[in-house]
Design a binder for this molecule. Structure first.
Ligand code: ADP
Length: 400
């Protein structure tokens, strides 16, 4: 059975076709600038490796984008499917499931209503995700659709981890609490980590460091997420590309007063103009540039990388305390998978846990590999995340 995986944003749509039994990637691509001038589609047939195709085609709306994706997939020359009937189900990434969704679900009218009801928690993402659902439903009526939520994996957190110390009214009336994001990745990587470590998933304490442009960390104990660093929104926790992560909440009012701007405008700065981008004095939010700057003696690049790694190390310490120990630490996502420099820098803080970095292994780039030494007390891995495959697996489970 083939699964079409859709990740729909307000002006973009990423897609993959994965065969559920072999888990082989058959095709992937991206529609960009939907509803704008200069919209384009990139398509790659991965089954025959016919190369990347790029086409500028007007896409006034997401329906047009989905219909172009379906045409590309069934194109006589470069398509990977003979007809749309070869798509058994569609898996949709949905950012926020609130407290309503603790796992993936087959999409029905009631599910769509429930996703709409929690959309005020993710006003930029959920409505865009639902546009993708709607477009697929109108072009593929009868094909089952599944919603896979970024927040669902974290719904196992205990109250003491997800409640903010605020008047309970805010939780009762507005559902203000920690939700966490990147759940599909934390779930996928924690399972892969237990597998490669030779541990039973339900008998293992794992810390997953998802370090990408957006970054979050989670504590997974005996197969359940018990804490994670992102909160009501993806702004909390680690220092990120352009997001501040944790800070004194009084800073918002203080800066608003000093600069004569609104709290919303300050929050925009915290989301878009902070993080390693700000600490590096505007050099870059990309760790490739920051590493080059660091090695070239740029003191702000050094500050940005040092502060980033220090924050991750502090979270690892607190999650080790939360779980009363840690068996496995896994690094994933753009930085976690690619930057030996950042991984080594973080691991240097963890000597007290008996973590020892195997520098030779750490320097390698592999999809899954151990980067701790044979005598390290904690197993440390770099593991490539694959959110699309995780969505395909969930979709297959619910529709096969
Ligand atoms: P997101 O999905 O949040 O946009 P990714 O997981 O794709 O982010 O990570 C993107 C980031 O990964 C880039 O901004 C960059 O900082 C980092 N990155 C990618 N490749 C490398 C590399 N070879 N070395 C260091 N950092 C890298």
């Amino acid at each position: 059975m083939n699964i079409l995986v859709i990740n729909c944003g307000s002006s973009s749509l990423k897609f993959q076709v994965i065969n559920a039994e072999s888990e082989k990637l058959l095709a992937k691509g991206l529609c960009e600038r939907i509803g704008m001038d200069g919209s384009c589609i990139t398509y790659e047939n991965k089954a025959d490796n016919t190369g990347k195709e790029f086409n500028e085609i007007p896409m006034p709306d997401h329906n047009k984008a989905v219909s172009l994706v379906l045409s590309a997939l069934t194109n006589e020359k470069t398509g990977v499917l003979k007809s749309l009937s070869e798509i058994g189900a569609v898996g949709h990434r949905i950012v926020h499931g609130g407290e309503k969704f603790t796992s993936s679900v087959v999409i029905t009218d009631e599910v769509i209503e429930a996703i709409k009801e929690v959309s005020d928690l993710a006003p930029l993402h959920n409505p865009a995700n639902l546009i993708g659902v709607d477009a697929c439903m109108s072009l593929m009526p009868g094909t089952p659709m599944v919603a896979v939520f970024d927040t669902a994996f974290h719904q196992t957190m205990p109250e003491k981890a997800y409640m903010y110390a605020l008047p309970l009214k805010y939780y009762r009336d507005y559902k203000v609490r920690r939700y966490g994001f990147h759940g599909t990745s934390h779930s996928f990587v924690s399972k892969e980590a237990a597998k490669v470590a030779g541990r039973a998933y339900d008998d293992c304490k794992t810390i997953v460091c998802h370090l990408g442009n957006g970054a979050s960390i989670s504590a997974v104990m005996n197969g359940k997420c018990v804490d994670t660093s992102m909160g009501l929104t993806p702004l909390e926790g680690l220092i990120m590309g352009t997001r501040s992560g944790d800070l004194d909440p009084a800073i918002v009012d203080f800066i608003a007063g000093k600069e004569g701007i609104t709290a919303t405008e300050v929050t925009n700065v915290l989301n878009k103009k902070s993080g390693v981008f700000a600490l590096s004095d505007g050099l870059s939010s990309d760790f490739r540039d920051l590493e080059d700057g660091y090695k070239g003696g740029n003191k702000y690049a050094k500050l940005a990388v040092d502060a980033f790694c220090y924050r991750v190390a502090k979270y690892i310490g607190s999650y080790t305390a939360a779980m009363n120990g840690v068996d496995v630490i896994a690094f994933t996502a753009g930085i976690g998978e690619n930057s030996a420099f950042v991984r080594e820098n973080i691991m240097a803080y963890l000597g007290y846990l008996g973590v020892a970095c195997d520098k030779e292994e750490n320097a390698k780039r592999e999809d899954i590999h151990k980067i701790s030494t044979a005598d390290s007390k904690v197993l440390v891995y770099s593991i490539a995340t694959n959110e699309e495959l995780a969505i395909a697996r969930e979709t297959y489970e619910l529709t096969k």
